[in-house]
Design a binder for this molecule. Structure first.
Ligand SMILES: Nc1ncnc2c1ncn2[C@@H]1O[C@H](COP(=O)(O)OP(=O)(O)O)[C@@H](O)[C@H]1O
Ligand SMILES: [Mg+2]
Length: 286
């Protein structure tokens, strides 16, 4: 491990509470979930106690990580309490399940799609609407080194809430379709919340995933993202299309052959760059 990265890892471990990172973009299909579980998997292998909190009722991160766990161990505890139930009981402490050494999952389930309705029934002010989940997640923070939040596309309510208890954001950008506008909407959400509530959140960077490395469109979108968000704010590590990544939701994350290794080596680079960027954002991570 590089000396600077080791320093950041040690600072994160020494901090009393988890560094909390939301992976954002208001659009779907831009790599949010994939980035979340592959960065989390890498951080866990690096020795950081990592929690993936799945806040998407589609539960894609949950499905892939549960598959990953059942590949690795025979005695798997079942998930018997849902996130929505935890929210209603105002206690999430019993929800996280162990996936692998250092890797934990706060699972989601389809009933979390009722969250928005529940929120509007139980929150009276804009402040309450945006700070509803914060008191439920804050108690989890002392138990982990890092928490990564996977949020659903479109649900601005969940994104708003996630932002209010996050320290940092990574923006997933797919070089295709309207991913760039989804990234812009996410940044506007951050700005809007910051104007209202003085959010302390900082953006680690924009992580591009290529749609088609041979197409000129990709380069144009990356160039536009650099103009828009600032050259320094775009990761220099870029995630190419890799067929193996599409297999992980079917088989779980695997580390068996060279195709797995290619993906995992790439995500080691992504994670190293993320940690290096974190180290530059704050001298001592709080
Ligand atoms: N680098 C990649 N190469 C190939 N397929 C990918 C890559 N990244 C993501 N995918 C696939 O694209 C789809 C959408 O990705 P996902 O991470 O679920 O996006 P989001 O969470 O933003 O909706 C999934 O089927 C995923 O397996
Ligand atoms: Mg997703």
């Amino acid at each position: 491990m590089d000396k600077e990265i080791r320093r950041v890892v040690e600072n994160i471990k020494a901090a009393p509470e988890a560094v909390t990172i939301v992976i954002g973009n208001q659009k779907g299909g831009v790599g949010k979930t994939t980035n979340t579980y592959l960065i989390a998997y890498t951080l866990a292998k690096m020795g950081l106690k990592t929690l993936v909190a799945d806040l998407d009722p589609q539960a894609n991160a949950t499905k892939t990580l549960v598959l990953t766990r059942s590949r690795e161990s025979e005695n798997v505890e079942s998930i018997d309490k849902t996130l929505m139930l935890g929210v209603q009981e105002k206690d999430l402490s019993q929800l996280p399940v162990k996936i692998l050494e250092n890797l934990y999952l706060l699972p989601s389930y389809i009933d979390f799609q009722d969250f928005t309705k529940y929120l509007y029934r139980h929150a009276n002010t804009d402040f309450e609407e945006t700070h509803f989940l914060k008191p439920l997640f804050d108690p989890l923070k002392p138990d982990y080194d890092i928490i990564l939040l996977d949020v659903p596309p479109f649900s601005i309510e969940v994104t708003n809430n996630a932002v209010m208890f996050s320290d940092y954001a990574i923006i997933s950008l797919q070089t295709h379709d309207d991913s760039l506008s989804g990234a812009e909407e996410f940044v506007k959400t951050l700005q809007r919340l910051n104007d209202k509530y003085d959010v302390g959140l900082e953006v680690i960077g924009v992580l591009p995933m290529l749609h088609d490395a041979r197409s000129g469109v990709d380069q144009t979108i990356i160039a536009t993202a650099k103009e828009e968000f600032g050259e320094d704010n775009v990761f220099s590590t870029i995630v190419p299309q890799m067929a193996r990544i599409k297999r992980f939701p079917i088989n779980g994350i695997t580390d068996k052959d060279r195709y797995d290794r290619r993906v995992l080596d790439l995500y080691q680079k992504v994670t190293d760059e993320m940690l290096t960027r974190l180290g530059m954002l704050r001298e001592v991570i709080k």
